[in-house]
Ligand binder design. Structure first.
Ligand code: ATP
Length: 134
């Protein structure tokens, strides 16, 4: 089999479904390039960009962490809390979210759970801005 059956799924529905030649993900343990017939694995993902490569086109999806699962038969599923295709990213909203998170980080005590939460918000916003610019 020369392609991978790829899907990116969130609690709000499927954001991506298609047959691709390669998927690049950023796992917590490092970057991974997944080709057809990859061994089965499950790996946690960073807040990052997923690149889906097929004939002549590269597509990008922003993911808010989650997991990548590779199953036998070249089936790859990414399960994540939130995901947006590059073309669906609202840049103005991400820019506002970034500024709001930066403001909260400046006001909050570093030891609080709210600070950690604001750091995640900042990462999500910066990731969306990055993916939109690809
Ligand atoms: P915001 O403060 O703008 O809501 P957030 O990081 O808190 O940002 P999430 O909780 O990660 O947002 O996502 C909530 C929903 O909104 C998800 O369905 C996500 O895909 C969508 N979403 C968030 N930001 C954007 C964006 N900039 N463009 C398009 N969809 C977005």
């Amino acid at each position: 089999m020369n392609t991978i059956s790829a899907s990116i799924v969130t609690p709000n529905g499927t954001v991506y479904e298609g047959n691709v030649h390669m998927i690049s993900v950023r796992a917590t343990g490092g970057d991974m390039g997944i080709l057809p017939n990859h061994i089965p694995i499950v790996a946690p993902l960073k807040i990052s960009a997923v690149k889906l490569k097929s004939e002549g086109i590269d597509e990008y999806v922003a993911v808010s962490g989650g997991f990548v699962e590779v199953r036998r038969g070249s089936v790859v599923t990414i399960l994540t809390e939130a995901a947006e295709r590059k073309e669906d990213i609202d840049v103005e909203r991400a820019q506002l979210a970034k500024e709001k998170a930066q403001q909260r980080l400046a006001e909050l005590n570093e030891k609080t759970a709210e600070y950690q939460e604001a750091q995640k918000e900042l990462q999500r916003a910066e990731n969306r801005l990055h993916v939109a610019s690809l």
